[in-house]
Design a protein around this ligand. Structure first.
Ligand SMILES: O=C(O)CC1=CCC(=O)O1
Length: 264
């Protein structure tokens, strides 16, 4: 566990795994912190160096006042990697984390060797949907939206009330600072990466849970079609967070992709 003030915000981060091996940097989704990657990282850390961080307004990172821009999150990650002395890495991003990864590849191609874009898009949702969500969160708190969010995040089987992990992830969501959550909703609302992502030329793997209710397989396939040569894989029996519901399948796809494109 470590903290650094970079780009004017304190970010919580952690480095694990094998020094001298290819580096994988993980960027997480709206309403989550970097613990969502725990089981994926356990499967990968013997062979790769791992960087985990909580984006602005999430986990143990500082929650600056809303709203945020996607470029705030992108500049935060660039500054953190510069601070840590991490050069070109494989950036693995989930949902808004995948948008941050796309943005970093455009802004700082020197920091990105390859992309793994999980359950994300070049544009997610529309203005009315995000404005409604921001209003509800600011007026009533995140708990008012939790049921709907959980239906998009997880399959019905995982959402069993006697599944302690499910109860834990509801707590992770609802304990996210309101400024961090609503601020990041605004960042996603205002981001359309279609043209900048179409210009990317680097090895890319897109992944998506077959039951993702937030960024469904059709959107992720469309994202993959923008990037020349990108591969798209659908993970069975997973919603929006395959890293939680299917960590071993997720880790296997990431490890196989990295080994194919990056020499150790
Ligand atoms: O919370 C959701 O509905 C799913 C989501 C959209 C962007 C993100 O990061 O998560």
């Amino acid at each position: 566990m470590a903290f650094a003030r970079v780009n004017g915000v304190v970010l919580h981060h952690e480095m694990r795994g094998a020094a001298g091996k290819p580096t994988l940097v993980f960027s997480n989704s709206l309403g989550t912190d970097f613990r969502i990657w725990n089981r994926v990282v356990e499967a990968l850390e013997d062979n790769y160096r791992i960087v985990l961080y909580d984006k602005r307004g999430h986990g143990l990172s500082e929650a600056t006042p809303q709203p945020y821009r996607l470029s705030d999150h992108v500049n935060d990650l660039a500054a953190l990697l510069d601070h840590l002395g991490i050069g070109a890495s494989v950036i693995v991003g989930l949902s808004v984390g995948g948008m941050i990864a796309q943005g970093l590849a455009t802004l700082r191609p020197d920091l990105v060797r390859a992309l793994v874009l999980c359950d994300t898009g070049h544009k997610i949702g529309d203005q009315a949907m995000w404005n409604q969500r921001i209003e509800t969160v600011n007026e009533k708190g995140i708990a008012a939206l939790a049921d709907g969010i959980m239906k998009r995040w997880f399959t019905p089987a995982y959402r069993a009330p006697d599944n302690p992990d499910f109860v834990g992830y509801v707590a992770m969501l609802t304990r996210t600072p309101v400024d961090g959550y609503a601020g990041t909703c605004a960042a996603v609302r205002d981001a359309d990466l279609t043209e900048s992502t179409r210009a990317l030329k680097l090895p890319t793997l897109c992944l998506c849970g077959d039951q993702d209710g937030a960024t469904p397989p059709a959107l992720v396939r469309e994202l993959a079609s923008l990037i020349e040569g990108a591969r798209c894989e659908i993970i069975e029996n997973a919603g929006h967070l395959p890293c939680i519901e299917q960590p071993l399948a997720t880790a296997k796809l990431i490890g196989g992709f990295v080994d194919q494109h990056i020499s150790r």
